[in-house]
Design a binder for this molecule. Structure first.
Ligand code: ATP
Length: 209
């Protein structure tokens, strides 16, 4: 079984996360999509939702999508979220499955700053989703690393259990959680950027005001 895992702060989760992820899941023929909110550092410069609320919104989004569920693993850890450790532990939970971690180009460009980044592919593949305005020129270190691990077709991921990276062609969505929070504060329309149930939740709980 192939499991795609989309991690993120998801404050809130929106179509800019979900549409490219669903596109990759379809291209891959993956069996499941797991939406995994990360634990958040205590220092925040915006009025964000609580971990419980971010998980609730991911769960509502998952209910609207096929073969999709919210994953509470990182929120339940008594530590910061480190993807290398999370993937190691998820691989122990699902030893017979292939894990594919999804991330946007902007996040991918910062990979060399991630904890134990050279071990990120020890238990999973990575698929990079296109993101408008993200820089496409990666630093020398990342380019060199990519040279050794990149595959040129998504089908090639099925030939290996882990250890490969695919730069996917995904539809560009000009949506970010920051833009949604700003729109709520300034009274601009924002509901169309999220699944209806998530927009309703934000309104009911008066988030991001
Ligand atoms: P913020 O605006 O608060 O920084 P965000 O919308 O960028 O939030 P995150 O939860 O930080 O969302 O992102 C989770 C993952 O989804 C990251 O890998 C990010 O690159 C990716 N992502 C977010 N928005 C998009 C988008 N519009 N297109 C493609 N990937 C995206």
């Amino acid at each position: 079984m192939m499991r795609a895992i989309l991690g993120g702060t998801f404050d809130p989760i929106h179509w800019g996360h979900l549409r490219p992820a669903l596109d990759v899941v379809q291209q891959l023929g993956a069996d499941m999509l797991h939406l995994m909110p990360s634990a958040q550092p205590p220092h925040r410069d915006y009025p964000g939702a609580t971990a419980e609320q971010r998980f609730a919104m991911a769960s509502l989004a998952a209910q609207e999508l096929p073969h999709c569920e919210a994953e509470a693993w990182e929120l339940n850890q008594p530590r910061k979220s480190y993807t290398a450790l999370t993937l190691q532990q998820l691989a122990q939970r699902w030893p017979n499955d292939t894990l594919v971690f999804l991330l946007g180009e902007d996040a991918f460009a910062g990979l060399p700053q991630w904890f134990q980044w050279q071990h990120l592919l020890d238990h999973a593949h990575f698929v990079v989703m296109q993101r408008p305005h993200a820089k496409r020129h990666y630093c020398e270190q990342l380019q060199q690393w990519l040279h050794g691990v990149e595959v040129q077709s998504i089908a090639a991921l099925h030939d290996h259990h882990h250890g490969r990276v695919y730069l996917a062609q995904t539809p560009a969505h000009h949506i970010s959680a920051t833009a949604i929070r700003n729109a709520i504060q300034t009274g601009s329309p924002w509901q169309h950027w999220l699944p209806d149930s998530v927009a309703d939740y934000i309104t009911q709980h008066q988030l991001y005001r």
